[in-house]
Ligand binder design. Structure first.
Ligand code: MN
Length: 739
């Protein structure tokens, strides 16, 4: 529908929306607050006066709407509301600079607007390959002021709500990004409603048919649901009233996105998803009586309905670190159906819906440190670690966003919250970095366990340390927390540096012994010879003994040899003792992409949306018209591809082609004699790194006729093998079969 409105109508509408904004604020505004917001509104109106949205509407509708979400749904105060109104001003208008904003609104508003402008410049960048770096920068602003991210989430929500006028490719890109980072962030910041809306909208644009289908079905089952809740309420209403409780019973539908997720994860139909809605009992209570009342209601509910003992979640005694508090039980409800009942006070309900802001509103008078605060503090440490690369960072960060929590006790009875799946190593790092770095073993509930033991909620864990212990590469596979991961990585790097320094000494001594000058030229030759990237890699390998004396002697003799270059490809690098961690800088070069479990070489194209480079973690996606496209595993489009077209995903990885095995079948003929087979297998197994896959001897009488399939790495290796086989007594012919 075309947009038609006169200037007068528009101005009226702008004024109406502004008034509406002021009337819905969650926090009570003072006179100064209102003045600040008014001033921000006027500056925003002026700055955007020439601008229109894609729909044709005045641009100012957008900042007002964002401010509205900030004020009402997130529940932030005047500074944030003003900043939301101003969030696009510096970016879109030449008339206002940061200095102007600072002069007009003070330092705090200017800093927030500055943070928001930085993020918006990032997302306008066309180079999607640096997306991870962008996310990292965005997350870094969490460190400055969490309000920047909160307003950014509101901005994103409004953009998602008004995306119909956008071209489809932009809708897809923005939606994938939303599902990838904004929804998890909203979740972690306790913005339950916004997270749900972001996910549902994300689904609407990435999988429109699925979205519409589920939406229709939810609408159809709505009436049934209302009836069911009524029936449920009838059982307990009288007792609740008798206890003089002030309460409300409502139904809470599962979101479209989470129904979709459940359908996919459990391979069930819409009808088969059994917990499509929960029953919520919200009661009014004095703070001191909250917990008592929750259990009173619990008792009343379970008098009428049998609870499932395995599905009791007490988030009141131990709130989630997002600040979420509630008592969840699953009971056998009317009609013999399991139904979840969520019991929470009005205060808890507000925290669950609004997260951060409500948490602060109610924080006063409570002794407990806010879970979010301590989470932000932990995050800060990770953020301050400059060593970790952007992709890892975002991955780790996301890991921590959705993690389910468990609670672990220290020997002193203190509680630490950790993500589900955490190990004693995670726990050790959560207690103290030094304990993590020197942890050798652990006792769980008094029993000795291995360091990769998975902890359960309620475990009491004691860490055994040893001064001589050092973090191991394998630890990285056994930790869940970003904190432990980054600490281990840093320690490993430091350790590598020490080993490399030692290696440098070792190498210089050995070269002196072999009468080769220890200088830049030699080092470069060595680096090339062993196909390494840097001198650090070289020193490291001498430090840990991965390159032995014989290999160094080979180098020296070839160096003085004219055919040095010819042979340099035939020396096999020893890779023992080299950490196998794929993210490690010391790993092999990657120059070949292979697909599937069989590591086949196939034709492919690199996806433009994420531009993978050799060494990246990738997957193949079979497209309709362009063959296999290779995406990074953390490509923003990965979620929708993987969820929607799981069957079109191919395993893919970068490997070092010099380490790749090719299966070759050789045909051997000759005159048979005792021990011939033995000779053949001996030659093969003593040839460096040749694997036998298949051995098939036919022959009859005196004739030897065999076929062997071997795995070899390159042509030279094959030639050598054939030569050796030919030398076996009795072998007449060795030919390579083309299969
Ligand atoms: Mn905006």
């Amino acid at each position: 529908m075309a947009y038609t409105a006169t200037i007068e109508e528009e101005n009226k509408e702008i004024a109406r929306r502004y008034k509406d904004l002021l009337s819905v604020t969650y926090q009570t505004l003072s006179k100064e607050d209102k003045e600040l917001i008014r001033k921000a509104f006027e500056v925003a109106v002026d700055a955007h006066k020439e601008q229109r949205r894609k729909t044709g509407e005045p641009y100012i509708y957008h900042p007002i709407a964002v401010a509205n979400i900030v004020a009402n749904e997130i529940g932030l105060g005047a500074v944030s509301i003003a900043s939301a109104l101003l969030h696009d001003v510096v970016e879109d208008s030449d008339d206002y600079t940061f200095e102007d904003i600072e002069r007009l609104f003070g330092e705090t508003v200017a800093r927030i607007v500055n943070g928001l402008t930085k993020i918006s410049r990032l997302s306008k960048d066309q180079e999607v390959s640096i997306q991870a770096e962008n996310f990292r920068k965005m997350l870094l602003t969490l460190n400055d002021d969490v309000r920047v991210i909160l307003i950014k989430i509101a901005d994103r929500l409004h953009n998602m709500q008004t995306m119909d006028a956008m071209p489809q490719h932009k809708q897809l890109k923005i939606s994938s990004e939303t599902l990838y980072i904004y929804a998890p962030l909203a979740h972690r910041l306790g913005l339950y409603n916004i997270k749900t809306e972001l996910e549902d909208l994300g689904l609407k644009y990435t999988e429109p048919e699925v979205y519409t289908d589920i939406l229709t079905k939810i609408k159809e089952s709505k009436e049934q649901q209302i009836k069911y809740i009524e029936e449920f309420s009838n059982y307990i209403k009288n007792t609740l009233n008798k206890e003089k409780l002030d309460y409300e019973i409502k139904g809470r539908s599962k979101s479209i996105y989470s129904i979709r997720k459940k359908m996919l994860n459990q391979a069930v139909t819409f009808e088969e998803v059994y917990d499509k809605f929960a029953i919520r009992i919200i009661y009014k209570s004095e703070l001191s009586q909250e917990k008592f009342n929750a259990w009173k209601i619990y008792s009343i509910v379970t008098d009428s309905f049998n609870p499932n003992p395995k599905r009791l979640r007490d988030w009141i005694s131990q709130p989630k670190s997002t600040g979420y508090e509630s008592l969840h039980i699953t009971v056998m409800g009317p009609k013999g159906r399991w139904v979840e009942v969520q019991i929470r006070s009005q205060r808890m309900d507000e925290i669950a819906e609004k997260g951060y802001a409500a948490h602060f509103k109610y924080k006063y008078g409570r002794e407990k440190e806010s879970g979010l605060e301590s989470w932000l503090n932990k995050l800060k440490e990770t953020l301050e670690n400059p060593d970790i690369n952007a992709v890892d960072f975002v991955e780790q960060f996301k890991l921590n966003l959705y993690a389910k929590e468990i609670y672990i006790f220290t020997p002193q009875g203190e509680i630490k919250s950790l993500p589900k799946g955490a190990t004693p190593i995670d726990f050790a790092f959560a207690v103290h970095t030094d304990i993590g770095l020197t942890c050798r073993g652990a006792k769980v509930n008094g029993k000795l366990v291995s360091l990769n033991h998975t902890l359960n909620s309620g475990d009491q864990v004691e860490i055994i340390t040893s001064k001589n212990q050092k973090p191991k590469v394998s630890w990285l596979d056994h930790v869940q927390t970003a904190r432990a991961k980054s600490k281990i990585k840093t320690a490993l790097k430091e350790n590598q540096k020490i080993v490399a320094d030692e290696g440098k000494e070792v190498l210089s001594r050995k070269l002196r012994h072999l009468k080769v000058p220890f200088n830049e030229k030699t080092i470069n030759q060595l680096v090339n010879h062993f196909k390494l990237k840097t001198s650090h890699d070289l020193f490291y390998r001498f430090g840990n003994g991965a390159i032995d004396n014989q290999q160094l002697k080979n180098f020296v003799s070839q160096r003085s040899n004219a055919i040095y270059n010819f042979f340099r490809n035939t020396i096999k690098r020893s890779s023992k003792n080299i950490p196998e961690n794929k993210n490690n800088e010391l790993t092999d070069k990657f120059d070949l992409l292979v697909f599937g479990k069989e590591e086949e070489k196939l034709d492919y194209k690199l996806a433009q949306c994420c531009n993978p480079i050799p060494g990246d973690k990738v997957f193949g996606f079979i497209t309709v018209s362009e063959g296999i496209k290779v995406h990074k595993q953390n490509c923003p489009n990965a979620i929708s591809m993987q969820s929607q077209y799981a069957y079109r995903i191919m395993i893919a990885k970068w490997i070092d082609s010099s380490q790749r095995e090719h299966k070759v079948t050789l045909k051997l003929t000759g005159i048979d004699h005792m021990g011939m087979v033995n000779d053949v297998t001996k030659v093969i197994s003593t040839s460096m790194h040749v694997n036998i896959y298949n051995l098939n001897i036919k022959g009859g009488q005196d004739v030897f006729d065999g076929q062997i399939t071997v795995g070899i790495k390159n042509n030279l290796q094959l030639k050598k093998l054939i030569e050796k086989l030919k030398k076996i007594d009795g072998i007449d012919k060795v030919t390579r079969l083309n299969n």
